[in-house]
Structure formats: C-alpha cells, structure tokens
Design a protein around this ligand. Structure first.
Ligand SMILES: C[S@@+](CC[C@H](N)C(=O)[O-])C[C@H]1O[C@@H](n2cnc3c(N)ncnc32)[C@H](O)[C@@H]1O
Length: 206
C-alpha cells in the first residue's frame, strides 16, 4: 500500500507542543480501538474487517501497526501482502515550516528531498488493521499522524471513516497503488486483480 495522496493530521500536529491535555479531542487516535471490530471471511478477498456497531463519519478506526522497515529492506521481503509504504512524497515543506513557528518543534529532517522512505510490514506482527482490504470506493482513509515524536519519515498510519458506515459493512481503504508500479525481483511488472466489487473498480490493485 502506498501513502500517496494522504495528508498529515494537521490538528494532531498542533498537539506536538505537548501543551494540550490527554482529553484533547485532537488526540482521537491515541487511545486505541474503540469500535467493536470483527475479522470475517469475505467472498473473494480473504479475511476482511467489519464493525458490529454503526460508525460515524470521521471516527478513528485503528492504526496500521507492524514492523517498521526502511524501504530497501521491505523490498527484500518475500511476502508483500502486508506491506504499507509510508512514502515520503506527502511531505509538505511549506506546511511544516508554518507549523514549526506555531508549535515550536523542529523537524528531524531538513528537506523532503533528503527523506528516506519507510514501510510498515504487518506480515509477522500487527493488529486488526492488517486484515482491512482495498476498495476502489473505500469507506476509510489513511492519515499520517505524529504524536510521540517529530520524525516525519515515520508517522503513525491511522485509519478513519470517510462516511457514516452501517453495522456489518466491510471496512476498506484505497491502497493507492499505481498500476505498473510494483515490479518483481527481475524488474517485471506484477499484476494483482482487484475484487472489491465497486461499480468504478479499475480491475487491478497494481
Ligand atoms: C493487508 S492484506 C488484507 C487482508 C487479507 N485479505 C487477508 O486475508 O489477510 C492485503 C491483501 O489482501 C488481498 N486483497 C485486499 N483487497 C483486495 C481486493 N480489493 N482485491 C483482491 N485482493 C485483495 C490481497 O491479496 C492483498 O495483498
């Protein structure tokens, strides 16, 4: 999965100053999973996740947890099914410069151009987030959140509801792959067909 298109959690970044209390509403993703999530067997995409209760738009669902790897280490992994590429091209230098003056924190990186990419691998260790499938018409989105350190290369990846979601509807987010982007060890294009079933499904994850 790739992070292209995701944006930083602006309001949570303001809490980097550490001046807000633990009850601050901007800390919604720091208190763990609050929604009763169920892992279930889907028709075509293996295990998936749904909620036993209704979810309000904007609610925090869960973190995508796993082993944090440098991209070059992740590329060597045989099993790429649970990789989440945090990426580095979401970095918004102008936004960060503005925030630094507001919250008085320093980025540990000087420029987006020098940032190394990181990937989360949930194959061996992870949480419920590793079972959430891709959809071309998703009801969740992934957002980068910084709260316990200020290294922008390795944010927490948090999943939030895009809309009100009724009970038992499968939870999905867009993996943000580009078709043709994933290559095998010989440089040959890898193909993974998409079975999300959305009317606007493009037919491929990558
Ligand atoms: C992070 S795992 C999601 C959980 C997975 N379904 C399982 O059973 O563990 C990602 C993998 O699930 C499958 N998958 C997820 N969404 C899919 C989709 N829309 N179409 C086809 N396969 C999908 C792919 O094999 C993908 O590499």
């Amino acid at each position: 999965m790739s992070s292209d298109g995701r944006r930083w959690g602006l309001s949570e970044k303001l809490c980097l100053s550490g001046r807000c209390p633990p009850t601050c509403h901007n800390r919604v993703s720091q208190h763990g999973v609050k929604i009763p999530l169920e892992i279930f067997k889907t028709g075509k995409t293996g295990w998936g996740v749904r909620s036993l209760s209704s979810i309000s738009s904007g609610s925090f669902i869960c973190e995508y947890s796993g082993e944090l790897l440098e991209d070059k280490e992740a590329e060597k992994r045989q099993n790429d099914e649970y990789l989440f590429d945090i990426g580095s091209n979401y970095h918004d230098e102008e936004l960060w410069e503005g925030l630094k003056s507001v919250v008085g924190v320093q980025s540990t990186t000087s420029s987006s151009k020098t940032m190394d990419g990181f990937t989360i691998d949930a194959a061996e260790c992870g949480n419920v987030g590793r079972f959430i499938n891709h959809s071309c018409s998703p009801n969740l989105y992934a957002q980068n959140v910084l709260w316990d350190h200020d290294d922008m290369r390795m944010p927490h990846v948090m999943l939030f509801a895009v809309e009100n979601i009724p009970p038992l509807q499968e939870l999905t987010y867009h993996y943000n792959y580009t078709v043709g982007q994933v290559l095998d060890e010989n440089g040959k294009e890898k193909v993974k067909h998409c079975y999300c079933g959305a009317s606007d499904c493009c037919g491929r994850l990558y």
